[in-house]
Design a protein around this ligand. Structure first.
Ligand code: GLC
Length: 422
């Protein structure tokens, strides 16, 4: 009897311990939270005894970065898996915060993913994250409004302004705005402004010579255009406070003619439960300045393992599951996010639901990365401050602000001199 009780005790203790196996996943709250919750619940079902504990951080990439890096600086052993913005792997690798994943994720496996996000996850010849989904800047427009005025989707930024002025003048709706995008001071602002700057033939900085370039004429011209022709002209100044969700809400409420966002906005904007403009939305590449090519910023999120995690094996099992073809397909189907695996852009089920994945495939594959570098964050902070003050103040001294931004960026870029790789 005593023996039986002892066995029972051991069994209970063991099952209790097994039930205690927690995997802490630091993530942000998605607009499609139920989809992610279901995916995690399915992982737990297939891994009895494992509980994925989610810590939900702020939605803004900049604020989320602060949360994750603070934990890493503190060598927090609680955090196992984290979301990584596509601009972070170089920083996390150089700091020794992200575990190299080569033994789990060999080159052969990497090949089935889109090339650009894989490149962004590589640093010093090793791989530090697995792409979960891919973002690229997309241009949304109101098909019904353009049809009403017999206009094709604009191909140039000045063309967009002209069309918006015409429609706004005719519609006489005080709540309608011309262009809704992400102009708040945070990482999204860099993504948006980079699309203007690069589609005018300029760059954020010169990665070869490690020099700031925002003070050059073409870059300033693009910034001036946003200040004078968009903010406070065809858009109300409220756009200066917008991140992705607010800018999308304006569009789905039918209060914006043109909208810039990532691919997930298609799913939301066409859902009659969540959008007043469902079925009236067109999607094309972003406009460019005359004589230049359209530029879409490459975005997207990866899964990485903390170097301080005590459960790297289990963490890998979770990442392997979340980035498997079946799960990526579910994410694409139910959240509208761009799959990281290239085969899904040819998957009949995915294409039926999201025909633009095929039509806009080039936008995904040719999207322009923010240059990968371990000092991306300080560079971004300078750019965020510069772009924000340049476009928010109507008579901002762009020449001077740009000069200062470039000088500050030079100082950060100087840190890279003498290293093998920027
Ligand atoms: C999206 C992109 C990410 C970008 C962020 C900016 O989440 O995937 O790469 O930095 O938006 O707001």
């Amino acid at each position: 009897m005593i023996r039986l009780l002892a066995i029972l005790f051991v069994v209970l203790l063991a099952s209790d311990l097994a039930a205690q196996t927690q995997l802490r996943f630091v993530t942000w709250r998605s607009e499609a939270a139920a989809v992610w919750e279901q995916l995690i619940a399915d992982f737990e079902t297939s891994h009895p005894g494992v509980k994925v504990v989610r810590e939900v951080g702020p939605h803004s990439s900049t604020e989320f970065h602060d949360l994750v890096t603070q934990k890493l600086r503190n060598r927090d052993t609680e955090m196992d898996v984290f979301f990584m913005d596509v601009i972070w792997p170089a920083e996390f690798a150089a700091a020794g915060w992200a575990l190299p994943l080569d033994e789990y994720f060999p080159v052969q496996q990497q090949k089935v993913f889109l090339e650009a996000p894989i490149q962004a996850n590589r640093y010093g010849g090793r791989i530090f994250g697995v792409p979960l989904f891919v973002d690229a800047g997309m241009f949304y427009f109101r098909k019904d409004l353009l049809a009403k005025y017999n206009l094709p989707p604009p191909r140039t930024w000045p063309g967009l302004v002209e069309q918006a002025k015409l429609i706004l003048a005719q519609e006489r709706d005080p709540y309608l705005t011309g262009y809704s995008a992400q102009f708040k001071q945070y990482e999204g602002l860099v993504c948006n402004m980079m699309e203007f700057v690069m589609s005018n033939g300029a760059a954020l900085w010169d990665g070869q010579n490690l020099k700031g370039t925002l003070h050059l004429a073409k870059a300033k011209e693009a910034v001036r255009f946003v200040r004078d022709q968009i903010v406070g002209a065809i858009s109300h100044r409220g756009v200066l406070a917008y991140q992705e969700p607010e800018s999308l809400a304006l569009f789905t409420q039918g209060k914006a003619i043109f909208h810039r966002n990532w691919p997930y906005a298609w799913e939301v904007a066409n859902d009659p439960q969540r959008s007043k403009v469902a079925g009236k939305v067109g999607i094309v590449p972003l406009p460019a300045f005359p004589g230049h090519k359209s530029v879409a910023t490459l975005g997207g999120w990866q899964l990485g393992i903390s170097r301080f995690s005590r459960k790297p094996q289990l963490a890998w099992q979770f990442i392997e599951y979340m980035t498997s073809e079946a799960v990526q397909k579910r994410i694409a189907l139910h959240t509208g996010r761009g799959p990281a695996r290239s085969t899904l852009y040819r998957d009949p089920g995915v294409l039926k639901k999201h025909p633009h994945f095929q039509a806009r495939y080039e936008t995904f594959t040719l999207a322009a990365p923010r240059p990968p570098t371990p000092v991306y964050q300080p560079l971004s902070n300078i750019m965020q401050r510069y772009f924000s003050s340049a476009i928010a103040i109507p008579d901002s001294n762009i020449d001077q602000l740009a000069q200062l931004a470039s000088r500050d960026m030079d100082r950060v870029l100087d840190l890279l001199r003498g290293r093998g790789r920027p």
